[in-house]
Ligand binder design. Structure first.
Ligand SMILES: [Zn+2]
Length: 566
């Protein structure tokens, strides 16, 4: 047989952004061997007419460092067409590590990334020291491909021990840390990650180690990337502040490496902020600095009723009412003097999480058939239909229905036009899955299938070609992942094969698949037919096949043997 595997008749969306076309894809030895009309046969041939054949998606913001040690697939990544993950974000890695320091690293993972301690204790088979040892531990045991960034927290702990969460480093310590970063880069790291988020603490309440680094230390630790001419600088900085942009520019100028910075998000409470962020980013690129941003594809949506809602807890009168028993609450909502206070609460100009915009609170579900006409309408629209003002319409509708009306609210990501502009920006990378983290609070596995289902098919904000480009070749290019991210001869046969007419993410669901049955959330998809890694199918119609073709990906500075820097 000429090929190991042939996918026949699919629509190739090749990752470049060029228009898609119908072609067969022939795979040999883990690589794409031929594209177009393939006359020869394959050991296995699969008819994929009507399906899109795209490069496998690259999830570049994960915390899969630990999970991959017990789950070679990083479940539920393959269910969403993801074939490569980058771990080691936000300053957090499991290497380098000294004997006895393991728990200090676990402390940060438990608190910052909300990975249950029990799972980490049972599931991480410690024993490595260097970043190279850690990567080698994973080699040959993977379903998906993985690449790693080396984390500031681990590097700092290695050199300063427990004093890493107490003080600044001296010149000698900084030099030793630089050496560790350089060694890790030569082991194949795709860059360096740091974390200055003022809310990020360890389990014992101490700030994470990287927060004690002054700017001088941070700049110094990025220097090895500049010197080796490789890698990205991934930086988690917490709340949006203008001075962060200056820091990004400084890092980019000094190293000439790409910066992967904080998320650009549309917040309903501050609806202009994303525009300001994109402008500042564009200005940095104009100067020649690659200071990329990230974005989410999944709107942060909450459903609530006035029986159980917490959306108004930051307003004192509302909060008092929500803690009353229901009969008293209903009387209060109906009382005109109380309404005056509720209105005054919302008019208070201090910043709040709730945006107070009735155009983006919608009626999701009603109880009474007569109110069906309001479903899907915003509260502002309902108010117009009823000839009332919005607050009265909101409360009266809920009262008519015994407080059982379900409302929809998006504090961020709820404005399609803003989301469209953010996602299409050439300066914004798609994918902030945080996969492997916050495992009992939510899931981001579905960011790619949500992009394809909600934003490409549903809202038609991006073309399929553009969306696939952003999920694949764009990421591979910024991170320097060579030979992946395109469907072209010679490229690795990492593929996501899906039905563009049905692909989507499902709601999260509970599973007990973490070590010793620890509970966590997983997410399935629809319309994702085959996920192929290095020429082998790892997931077919949502089911893992048991194949382990994943590789440890290594960056541009990789040297096969530990070099002089060690
Ligand atoms: Zn993160």
């Amino acid at each position: 047989m000429e090929y190991d595997l042939v996918f026949r008749g699919g629509r190739v969306v090749d990752g470049s952004g060029l228009p898609s076309y119908v072609a067969d894809v022939g795979i040999k030895n883990g690589k794409i061997a031929e594209l177009g009309r393939i006359k020869g046969g394959g050991a296995k041939t699969i008819d994929v007419q009507g399906l899109a054949v795209a490069p496998g998606f690259i999830d570049h913001h994960t915390h899969m460092d630990a999970q991959l040690l017990w789950d070679p697939y990083g479940t539920s990544e393959p269910q969403h067409g993801i074939t490569s993950v980058i771990a080691g974000n936000c300053g957090l890695t499991l290497a380098p590590v000294k004997n006895g320091d393991e728990d200090a690293l676990v402390q940060s993972f438990v608190r910052v990334e909300a990975i249950p301690r029990f799972a980490l204790e049972k599931g991480v088979p410690w024993g490595w020291h260097s970043f190279r040892d850690y990567l080698d531990k994973l080699e040959g045991c993977l379903g998906v491909n993985m690449g790693g960034l080396v984390g500031h927290i681990a590097v700092r702990q290695y050199v300063l021990g427990e004093e890493s969460v107490e003080r600044a480093a001296n010149a000698r310590e900084i030099q030793r840390m630089q050496q560790l970063v350089a060694e890790s880069m030569e082991a194949g790291a795709f860059g360096f990650s740091t974390n200055r988020n003022e809310r990020h603490m360890r389990e014992d309440g101490k700030p994470v180690a990287s927060r004690f680094a002054d700017i001088e230390e941070l700049l110094a630790l990025c220097d090895p990337l500049g010197n080796l001419n490789a890698g990205v600088i991934q930086s988690t900085l917490g709340q949006y502040k203008f001075k962060n942009f200056e820091l990004y520019e400084q890092l980019a100028q000094r190293t000439q490496r790409p910066i992967v910075g904080l998320v650009v998000v549309h917040r309903s409470a501050r609806p202009e902020q994303w525009i300001e962020q994109l402008k500042a980013t564009a200005a940095a690129f104009q100067k020649g600095y690659r200071t990329y941003r990230l974005c989410h594809t999944v709107p942060l949506v909450r459903y609530f009723t006035l029986k159980n809602g917490q959306a108004f807890d930051e307003f004192p009168t509302w909060k008092t009412l929500m803690f009353m028993d229901e009969a008293a609450r209903k009387r209060a909502f109906a009382d005109s003097e109380t309404r005056r206070k509720l209105r005054a609460d919302l008019a208070d100009p201090r910043p709040t999480v709730f945006h107070r915009n009735w155009n983006i609170v919608r009626v999701e579900k009603v109880v009474q058939p007569a109110n069906e006409k309001y479903v899907g309408k915003s509260v502002a629209e309902v108010a117009a239909m009823r000839g009332q003002d919005s607050l009265d319409a909101f409360l009266d509708l809920a009262l008519e229905e015994n407080l059982e009306t379900t409302f929809w609210n998006a504090n961020s990501g709820g404005d399609p036009q803003a989301m469209g502009e953010i996602m299409q920006s050439p300066y914004v990378l798609i994918g902030t899955s945080d996969a492997g983290a916050h495992v009992q609070y939510g899931t981001g596995f579905g960011y790619a299938t949500t992009l394809l289902g909600l934003w490409v098919r549903g809202r038609k904000l991006l073309s399929l070609e553009k969306a696939v480009h952003k999920l694949t070749f764009e990421v591979a290019s910024v991170y320097g992942i060579e030979g992946r991210g395109l469907v072209r001869p010679g490229y690795a046969a990492d593929l996501a094969i899906f039905d563009p007419d049905s692909v989507d993410a499902c709601e999260a669901e509970w599973a007990n698949d973490y070590p010793s049955g620890t509970k966590r959330l997983i997410q399935r998809s629809v319309g994702m037919h085959y996920t192929v890694v290095n020429g082998r199918i790892i997931c077919a119609d949502g089911k893992l096949t048991g194949e382990l073709p994943g590789q440890v990906l290594r960056g541009h500075a990789y040297r096969p043997e530990a070099g002089a820097a060690g």
